[in-house]
Design a protein around this ligand. Structure first.
Ligand SMILES: Cc1cc2nc3c(=O)[nH]c(=O)nc-3n(C[C@H](O)[C@H](O)[C@H](O)COP(=O)(O)OP(=O)(O)OC[C@H]3O[C@@H](n4cnc5c(N)ncnc54)[C@H](O)[C@@H]3O)c2cc1C
Ligand code: SF4
Length: 325
C-alpha cells in the first residue's frame, strides 16, 4: 500500500521547482519506478510533485545547431519510435526499445529513466544499507550476482538505465531547473560514484529536476549501437550491455565512445577499449583486443565473475557488427 504524502500537480516548470525545494519532496514523471519505491518503503516523502502537466517538457525536436532536444517528459516509447532518432542515432532508439516492457515504455519517461533509483535487492528490501545511510553494504559479501565490476567502493550497484550509456556515448547534456534557476550538466558528469557519495546517484540538489536532454549535431559518418544481455527476453535490466558511438573515416575508427551498462554504479566509459580501436580498422583481432582491454581492470565480486566473459563477448561482437554496418 502507498504511504500518505501530499500531492501537487505543477502547471509550470517554476512551480515544480518551487514545490520540489521542500525537504524530501520527490518528482513524479511516469511513476513506474517512484511509486514502487514508495509502496515498498524504500524511502518516504512528504510531498510528490507531478510533472505530468508540463506539456512543454514532452516531445523531440531539432535544435538550431542541428542537434536534438528531447523533453524530459517524453515517453521512452516515443524515443524508441521517433523517425529522426531512428535515422540519425539508431543506437539511442535501440536502447529505448529494450527498456522494460511495452507498457513501461509507454508510461516511463526519458527523465525518469535517467533518474531512476538502483535495483539492488537489499536497497529495495528492508535493509538499512549504506545507500540508505546505514553503515553496511550487504551485497559486498551477500547476493551480489547483479552487481558491479568497476567503480564499486562502499556500494556496488550497477546503474539500471539503458538509455544513460548511449546518451553518455553521444555526449548528451542535461538541462536542469531548480529554485535558483537553470544549469546544464554533461551527462558524463551527472552521475555520482559511491566513493564520492554512496547515498546519492546524481548531482541533482533538492528542488532540481531534469527538463531536457540535449544532443549535439550528429557528426558525419557517425555510427551508433546499443545491446544488452539479460536473464529474460523482456522486462529485465542489463546483466551486461554496451553502447557504441564512433565515426569511421576510410574504414578507420575515429572519435570512439564505448560505454558499458550493467558494469558500474555509473554508465562506465571504457577508455581502454576506445584506445585500442582508435585509428584502427576493426577486425576480429582488434575487436578481441578491445574487449580484453575493457575488462583488464574489472574487479568482480564473489558472484559477478560470469560478467567478464559476457562483456568480452558482446563488446567483440558489437564492434564487429558496427564496423560492418
Ligand atoms: C519491472 C520493471 C522493469 C524495468 N526494466 C527496465 C529496463 O530494462 N531498463 C531501464 O532502463 N529501466 C527499466 N525500468 C525502470 C523504469 O521504470 C523506467 O526506466 C522508466 O523510464 C522510469 O521513468 P518514469 O517516468 O516512470 O519515472 P518515475 O518513476 O516517475 O521516476 C523515477 C525516479 O526519477 C525521478 N525523476 C523522474 N523524472 C525526473 C526528472 N525529470 N528530473 C529529476 N528526477 C526525475 C523520480 O523522482 C524518481 O526518483 C524498469 C521498471 C520496472 C518496474
Ligand atoms: S550495493 Fe549499495 S544499494 Fe546494495 S546493499 Fe550495498 S550499499 Fe546498499
Amino acid at each position: 500500500m502507498l504511504p500518505k504524502f501530499a500531492y501537487v500537480r505543477a502547471s509550470t516548470v517554476e512551480e515544480a521547482a518551487q514545490n520540489l525545494a521542500a525537504d524530501g519532496a520527490k518528482a513524479l514523471a511516469g511513476g513506474s519506478d517512484l511509486l514502487g519505491c514508495l509502496r515498498d518503503g524504500v524511502f518516504e516523502t512528504p510531498l510528490v510533485v507531478s510533472l505530468s502537466g508540463l506539456t512543454s517538457l514532452r516531445g523531440i525536436s531539432r535544435t538550431r545547431n542541428g542537434g536534438l532536444r528531447i523533453g524530459a517528459m517524453t515517453s521512452v516509447a516515443d524515443v524508441a519510435a521517433d523517425p529522426t532518432i531512428n535515422e540519425l542515432l539508431p543506437g539511442l532508439a535501440q536502447a529505448a526499445s529494450v527498456v522494460a516492457s511495452p507498457q513501461l515504455r509507454n508510461q516511463g519517461t526519458i527523465g525518469g529513466n535517467l533518474c531512476q533509483k538502483p535495483r539492488c535487492w537489499y536497497y529495495r528490501g528492508e535493509f538499512n544499507c549504506r545507500r540508505k545511510g546505514g553503515g553496511t553494504c550487504y551485497a559486498m559479501v551477500g547476493e551480489n550476482e547483479y552487481h558491479c565490476l568497476f567503480g564499486g567502493a562502499l556500494c556496488y550497484i550497477v546503474h539500471p538505465s539503458d538509455t544513460a550509456p548511449i546518451l553518455t556515448a553521444l555526449d548528451a547534456t542535461l538541462n536542469i531547473t531548480g529554485p535558483r534557476g537553470t544549469r546544464s550538466v554533461p551527462l558524463s558528469d551527472f552521475y555520482v560514484l559511491p566513493a564520492d557519495d554512496a547515498t546519492r546517484e546524481t548531482v541533482l540538489e533538492q528542488g532540481e529536476f531534469v527538463t531536457e536532454v540535449i544532443l549535439p549535431e550528429p557528426a558525419s559518418g557517425l555510427r551508433t549501437s546499443y545491446r544488452k544481455e539479460r536473464d529474460r527476453g523482456a522486462w529485465d535490466f542489463a546483466l551486461a550491455g554496451v553502447a557504441l558511438a564512433m565515426r569511421l573515416d576510410g574504414g578507420r575508427v575515429s572519435d570512439a565512445r564505448v560505454v558499458l551498462s550493467g558494469a558500474s554504479p555509473v554508465p562506465w566509459r571504457s577508455r581502454e577499449a576506445e584506445q585500442v580501436i582508435e585509428g584502427q580498422r576493426i577486425d576480429t583481432a582488434v575487436a578481441a583486443a578491445a574487449a580484453e582491454a575493457a575488462m583488464a581492470d574489472a574487479r568482480p565480486l564473489g558472484k559477478t565473475g560470469y560478467k567478464v566473459p559476457m562483456f568480452k563477448g558482446i563488446i567483440e561482437e558489437e564492434l564487429l557488427a558496427i564496423a560492418a554496418s
